[in-house]
Design a protein around this ligand. Structure first.
Ligand code: GLN
Length: 571
């Protein structure tokens, strides 16, 4: 037997002659970790991730250790190959996992770095089952959806519970109850609840109460049917959270209570709110946090003194919102300008920076396919700062370079993110260093002066999935530079990356001679990671994605710097 077969046989408890199949991580203790499972009915897009992260935050504030996990229905192994225009941005974790944007919501709300243990897709589950099958780990059984695929899901949840040592694991099931592709997740958590025993799980059905304009009243039938569907799958919700445009009426909540077998005090109104930051307060005011704690019988684990302190910090942050006494407009160039979700982390990072500086940040989207050297001044006339965000491919690249030139020549604060860093290098090479034909190999294979070229390690790679330079890397900061001052004189910072191309090291000297300063570099390789131009009020580019690590109470210094520079420009 192979090693893995031996371990698996032991942990699964499976033998030739019983029907039980219970893969448990070694040393797993039932009851230590509780599970809150959030599922959506009626429709997708209800904000399950936001709801679940806010609820997790309230428990974390009470001193409980929480660990979220998102279970995706699709077969992709990760989100890296998904088009951000259709699915929202690809969020990159420190360990290099490319995930759904909801992981960004969890990281921001919980101020916690997550890992691949916090993210699962059907593709990962199936591929692991198939791998074990080839290995002979199933002891001659026919491999089935139940118990083997569901067993793999439960194993993943319990591994997270053990690895994170969490008091509560928050499981968010993607999509909507009734989708064929997530049905095995729902079956898996039904089994999990049974196996873990009473008070170990809390099922939350997030549903939607319709309010058709023509009727002018709230209608709960679709929500009732959604909950019924869940019950048909063997799950009795413990809590019903009703999303709606307006506060959900007592009558509609009563109906949900009667039809859903859920006591009235556990049917909550989760109506639209102006800002994600007010949702923890909303959940807290209606007592949802304590209902969950009661259901899970973990009252003895909470620390109210810790909560008072954490809640105080959150309230101080909330107090700043809406009291901004200045406003700036940041222009963001990009390919996916019509979909805010494709730039979710950048918008969040700007918001964090704005709140910290008491400044409302307005966004102006700039479609760069229309921008040229001639009309850049006109297109950018009313912006106080410019961001060129990450991207792939050539569309709009010359327009982006024109925006960079305008920002550099006119003292407009500039922040280039990944592709925006590369655009800044190309612009500088062309217009300052005299390399008029400078460009990127990503865009033009035949480029005569490829100042941006493919990373050596990337040359051998074939296929597209999960193989860029990905995840957290250390960046060495040069002393006495703007980056060094922004990072509080740190010698090294950690940033997250997702790229294939870089500054070709052969051009570094020319660029530096022209006046560009590379203030952040990889410690052991000649990979340029932060650039700046001394003398400009704020001109900075980074090969990394600082937007991914900005947090509400800890805005990323680069965004904070950009917003402050935009405020100074406007003042
Ligand atoms: N397309 C560029 C590269 O692969 C930039 C990537 C990005 O902006 N995330 O290097």
């Amino acid at each position: 037997m192979t090693d893995s077969k031996e371990i698996f046989a032991k942990i699964s408890g499976a033998t030739q002659d019983n029907e039980y199949f219970l893969p448990l991580p070694r040393g797993y203790k039932k009851g230590k970790t509780r599970y809150v499972i959030v599922m959506g009915t009626v429709m997708s897009g209800l904000g399950k991730g936001i709801f679940s992260s806010c609820l997790a935050k309230l428990l974390q504030d009470k001193g409980l250790k929480v660990a979220p996990i998102k279970l995706e229905g699709y077969l992709n192994i990760d989100s890296g190959t998904l088009n951000p225009f259709r699915h929202g941005e690809v969020f990159v974790l420190d360990d290099g996992m490319e995930t759904d944007m909801d992981l960004g919501t969890y990281e921001r709300m919980l101020d916690q770095n997550l890992s691949r243990a916090n993210f699962s897709t059907s593709g990962q589950i199936y591929s692991s089952v198939l791998h074990k099958e080839r290995h002979g780990d199933y002891l001659g059984r026919d491999v089935q959806m139940i118990p083997h695929v569901t067993g793999e899901v439960k194993l993943k949840l319990r591994q997270l519970a053990m690895g994170s040592d969490a008091d509560v694991v928050f499981v968010e099931i993607g999509g909507t109850v009734g989708d064929l592709e997530n049905a095995f997740y729902i079956e898996a958590i039904r089994e999990l609840a049974y196996e873990e025993g009473p008070n170990s799980t809390c099922f939350v059905a997030l549903t939607y109460i319709l309010e058709p304009r023509t009727l002018g009243e709230q209608k709960s039938k679709a929500a009732q049917l959604g909950v019924k569907q869940l019950m048909q799958m063997g799950i009795q919700p413990d809590i019903i959270a009703c999303r709606a445009e307006n506060p959900v009426s007592e009558q509609a909540r009563q109906k949900m209570s009667v039809f859903g077998n859920v006591p009235f005090e556990r049917v909550f109104s989760m109506h639209d709110s102006a800002s994600i930051y007010s949702i923890p307060g909303m959940l807290r005011d209606c007592g949802l946090d304590f209902e969950v704690i009661k259901m899970l019988k973990i009252e003895d684990r909470i620390n109210l003194r810790h909560e008072r302190k954490e809640w105080g910090r959150w309230c101080d942050f909330m107090d700043k919102i809406g009291r901004e006494n200045q406003e700036v407009t940041i222009g963001i160039t990009g390919k996916y300008t019509s979909v805010r979700d494709s730039y979710a982390s950048i918008l969040n990072a700007l918001e964090h920076a704005g709140i910290q500086s008491g400044c409302r940040v307005q966004i102006k989207w700039i479609e760069t396919t229309d921008v040229t050297g001639e009309n850049a001044a006109e297109c950018l006339r009313d912006v106080d700062g410019i961001i060129v965000p990450g991207g792939f491919g050539m569309r709009g690249m010359e327009g982006k370079i024109a925006c960079v030139q305008y920002a550099r020549e006119n003292g407009v604060p500039y922040l280039g993110l990944c592709l925006g860093f590369q655009a800044a290098v190309i612009e500088f090479a062309r217009n300052v260093c005299g390399l008029t034909k400078a460009g990127s190999r990503e865009i033009d294979q035949q480029c005569p002066e490829p100042v941006i070229d493919i990373l050596p390690e990337q040359k051998k790679i074939e296929g597209l999935g999960g193989n860029m330079r990905l995840g957290g890397q250390d960046v060495e900061i040069k002393t006495d530079t703007m980056a060094w001052r922004l990072f509080g004189k740190a010698e090294s910072v950690r940033m997250r990356f997702r790229h294939r191309y870089e500054v070709d090291p052969r051009y570094i000297e020319t660029l530096e001679r022209g006046g560009m300063v590379f203030s952040g570099k990889a410690p052991n390789q000649p990979i340029m990671q932060i650039l700046e131009i001394p003398g400009h009020p704020f001109f900075m580019g980074t090969q990394a994605h600082p937007e991914l690590t900005s947090r509400p109470l800890r805005p990323h210094p680069m965004f904070a710097g950009l917003v402050r520079a935009a405020m100074n420009k406007k003042a």
